[in-house]
Design a protein around this ligand. Structure first.
Ligand code: NAI
Length: 331
């Protein structure tokens, strides 16, 4: 039996985690969930939002499924999500964005993979207050991390039969930092002549994505652009409720949706578990449980095609009702 770390998060996290656990159990796959809490709720009892036991559990199990954890805005503790990615060196954030059956969107045939660098850039958290009216935030870009993520993007393209990798930057303005990212991309691209390499500025990319997203295949971006662009691409396929993701390192992988803890709908049985479920399906493939991954994916697609949906994608089912429909379709 697999033992997998489950961080069930806060906000809508516990609701969607329960849904995904139920669906996987109903598929017949037994998983021993090593449940780990993190975030604001554990500060009081353990003094920190990301206790060592969480990292130790992931290091031991090598794989984790993670629901969102709230980060206070403008004050308070450092993001648990960012700390986790950094502490485990989960350097690649993989966010595939593909149309789902039964989910109406403006564009059909969207099939984009966002590969986001996960360890540096403005996310390094090097900030200082100069005086009452001035703050500095330092953007860190290294050749090592840039080459590593670009190599990941090209390797992903080869393994997944994709044809093009496009580097996204703002190297016309940030000539040194984004310039180094782009230079690293060009160096790595030389080793992959079978894949077309392209470059685009991030502002132009956003404009083109909303005009015709079918122009793009694999995108590789520094951390902050990757964060923003992957919310944009999530919007192209139906919104955050259906956008999956994974954080991958050399030793471990943490699968988590793109979305946050959605405090506006917390505890209302309204949350869409699809993004976490799709992340879990990728996790099952990662641990070589292809039969169960495909079984669950088929049941999810059938459910959506039958018009059974949560409110965020135009339906009227609660989280529980939607979960039960998927379970019926597994059988
Ligand atoms: P959010 O992604 O939580 O919500 C944005 C909007 O999308 C809200 O209207 C929400 O109701 C909706 N939404 C998100 N997921 C949904 C789902 N599964 N089903 C239905 N509707 C859904 O973004 P927001 O409000 O900016 O962030 C809330 C908190 O989450 C913040 O503390 C943020 O730092 C944290 N966050 C955590 C992440 C993680 O744990 N990896 C990632 C992004 C944000």
């Amino acid at each position: 039996m697999h033992t997998i770390t489950l961080i069930n998060g806060d906000g809508i996290g516990p609701e969607i985690s329960e849904s995904v656990q139920k669906i996987i159990a109903a598929s017949g796959l037994e998983i021993n969930w090593d449940i780990q809490t993190a975030g604001a709720d554990v500060i009081e009892s353990e003094g920190v939002p990301l206790p060592d036991r969480v990292l130790e559990s992931i290091k031991r199990n090598k794989v984790a499924l993670k629901a969102p954890v709230t980060t206070p805005i403008g004050k308070g503790f450092r993001s648990v999500n960012v700390q986790l990615r950094k502490a485990l060196d989960l350097y690649a954030n993989l966010r595939p964005c593909k149309n789902l059956p039964g989910v109406e969107t403006r564009f059909k045939d969207v099939d984009i993979v966002v590969v986001r660098e996960n360890t540096e850039d403005l996310y390094a958290g090097v900030e200082e207050k100069i005086d009452e009216d001035t703050a500095h935030s330092i953007k860190i870009i290294t050749r090592k991390a840039s080459e590593r993520i670009c190599k990941f993007a090209f390797e992903y393209a080869i393994k997944n039969n994709r044809h093009e990798v496009c580097a996204v930057s703002k190297a016309n303005i940030m000539k040194l930092s984004d310039g180094l990212f782009l230079e690293s991309f060009r160096n790595v691209a030389k080793d992959y002549p079978q894949i077309t390499s392209k470059e685009i500025l991030v502002d132009n990319l956003c404009m083109q994505l909303v005009q015709d997203p079918t122009r793009f295949d694999v995108l590789v971006l520094p951390n902050l652009y990757g964060d923003i662009v992957s919310d944009l691409t999530a919007g192209l396929i139906g919104g955050l409720g259906v956008a999956q993701g994974a954080n991958i390192g050399l030793d471990c992988a943490v699968f988590e949706p793109v979305h946050g803890s959605a405090p506006d709908i917390k505890g209302q049985n309204k949350a869409n578990p699809t993004a976490l479920l799709l992340s879990a399906i990728e996790m099952l493939k990662y641990i070589n449980e292809y039969t169960y991954a495909e079984k669950i994916e088929k049941a999810l697609f059938k459910t959506l095609s039958q018009g059974h949906k949560t409110a965020d994608i135009g339906g009227n089912l609660t989280t529980t009702e939607f979960t039960n429909k998927i379970i019926e379709n597994l059988l």
